[in-house]
Design a protein around this ligand. Sequence first.
Ligand SMILES: [Fe+2]
Ligand SMILES: [Fe+2]
Length: 248
Amino acid sequence: MALYAIGDLHLHFQSELKAREQLKGRLWKNHEEKFQKNCAKLLTAEDTLILAGDHSWGRNLEECEQDFAYIEALPGRKILTRGNHDMFWDAAKTERLNERFEGRLSFLQNNYFPYGDWAIVGTKGFTFEGPFYLNRRGQIVGWDEAAEERAKKLVARELERLRVSFEAAKADGYDKFIMILHYPPTSILERESGFTRMAKEYGASQVIYGHCHGETRFFDSLQGEVDGITYRLVSGDFLRWRPEKILD
Ligand SMILES: [Fe+2]
Ligand SMILES: [Fe+2]
């Protein structure tokens, strides 16, 4: 039994055109096939796979049907968090999603899922992504402050949701946590944030996140051990479509 994670499958079995415009390059060529093969090699039915958001380009559940069928057919149990592109997922209606996909897919939002004596907690998260103003040498000399204010509100809302998830697990007696986000835990301006502080507060062992695509973005946030917590970027292109082992 092992726990694996990856994010940002950006499936598009029913929305070919949009995907082709957005994610280009060698790594994205037949990425569904590469990922499926890696899962078949690595995972068994006893394993759990965390999918850290940006599952599908579909705009609603109907447009995601084939993408979900692909995910369901992967080996093991699947736990999904929300990404910024997951239009099918209304945060307030997560319970309905869990009912609809019961026994097939688990949706993580204002709840938690057990893995042995660990609790998997999480939310979409949010981080300020600019616009930043650069000088001729590419150094940041300022940013859009109104956008930063809006980002602060979204971060606060996501932190509330994350706390609900931690508290639900704690109320059931869990004290070992794996924390999942879609957005990176810190912006490029930060070394810590409300998300890193909450991970510390509850004693999370690992923080897993996705969202960062392309070589210029892979190191936007924390990676490796910081203050006793292991941070891991698991976006599919960063992992070259090979799910990362989180726990044995
Ligand atoms: Fe993504
Ligand atoms: Fe994303």
